[in-house]
Design a protein around this ligand. Sequence first.
Ligand SMILES: Nc1ncnc2c1ncn2[C@@H]1O[C@H](COP(=O)(O)OP(=O)(O)OP(=O)(O)O)[C@@H](O)[C@H]1O
Ligand SMILES: [Mg+2]
Length: 218
Amino acid sequence: MSIHLSEAVFGYDEKKILDKVSLRVNTREHIGILGASGIGKSTLLKLLAGLYEVQSGICEVAGEREPVKIRKKVAMVMQTPGLFPLSIRDNITCGHPMSEDKIRDALRAAQLEEWVASLPDGVDSIVAERSGNISGGQAQRIAIARAIAKDAQVILLDEPTSALDEETARAVMKTLEYLTQGKTVVHVTHRPETLFGYDRILELKEGKLVARESEKYI
Ligand SMILES: Nc1ncnc2c1ncn2[C@@H]1O[C@H](COP(=O)(O)OP(=O)(O)OP(=O)(O)O)[C@@H](O)[C@H]1O
Ligand SMILES: [Mg+2]
């Protein structure tokens, strides 16, 4: 068992967003989560990422219940990459010691190797999102390279391609396949077609997770 949520409750102030949500995800299982905008999908992923703590119930991820410990065991890729205005290297290592080989492998898997090699400062180039020196697809690939290098057992994806045009999204999907291979995955999306081959698809509705019975893309 990789993820175990039991009667998890979470809300902001008075507003209850997750109302006794239960979920069990086996190791290496791939789960898709759909649901209307504003229903609480990102909130659910942030609980699973150890960024928030359940107000009651159980949230156990990779055998850990403490948010600080959970954070070490998961890697998350969000809709916007959220890069630091630092070098590509720092954005991948997040300040942790990491071998050159590991950084290079992550860049290659995220299909960034050629582009990085073409930069005057290579992996030490500073990336400034929105400054124009990096495209949305490249920024998202750096976030994916960071997740690959972390080599976490649990991968959380929050609409990782929804801010990209269709062609870039398709290319980024390929690198996500590499990232998620052999891992436990929870993937939030508005587009069921990105969940092809997933083991289960659930929907977040009125604070609860419910099964989606028939899915035309699956
Ligand atoms: N930090 C916050 N403080 C207060 N309310 C918040 C906060 N973050 C989210 N909310 C509210 O909680 C609800 C759920 O938000 P959440 O971002 O989890 O939805 P979502 O399902 O991911 O939506 P979307 O599909 O648009 O990304 C929304 O009503 C949102 O306004
Ligand atoms: Mg969201």
